[in-house]
Design a protein around this ligand. Sequence first.
Ligand code: FES
Length: 170
Amino acid sequence: MSSPLLATVSIENADLVAMVDALVTRHGATRGALLPILQDLLAERGEISTLAMQLVADRLGASPAEVQGVVTFYSFLGEAARGRHVIRLCRTLSCMMAGTRDVAAAFEAELGIPFGATTPDGVFTLEWTNCIGMCCAPPALLADAEAFSSVSPAQVGEVIGALRASGVQE
Ligand code: FES
């Protein structure tokens, strides 16, 4: 059952409440559904706000601290708003030794922003990530959901072009 506080909040944030309720219906009101609910919430809204975390906690009978802990642990779920396309470059040892810094510099030069930032038009976000399981072909990155391996600085334009052509409206 919802808390009185969240019932009041609901009136002013009806769209968020409706989305959380739809995701809970889709995935189930269990602790095991927490991660898929948060992933879908991020995909739909581009961020997971403090209020969203409180709502999810309320619906699943979890504590807000527990939900925030999951969001914090999984860097992909981080609370910050992101651009429509997110480039996550691996900074773990195998990739760093294979030239990740040069690839990062090429992305920063191409987009005009440092890692951890979003372009002013809200289209691209550059993020670091830890190992994504492609250590056999470093440097590796995720461009939205697509993985790229053995990336060189010369391929940065290709990665950005692939994202621009991916069908997400800019
Ligand atoms: S170290 Fe980069 S993918 Fe594993």
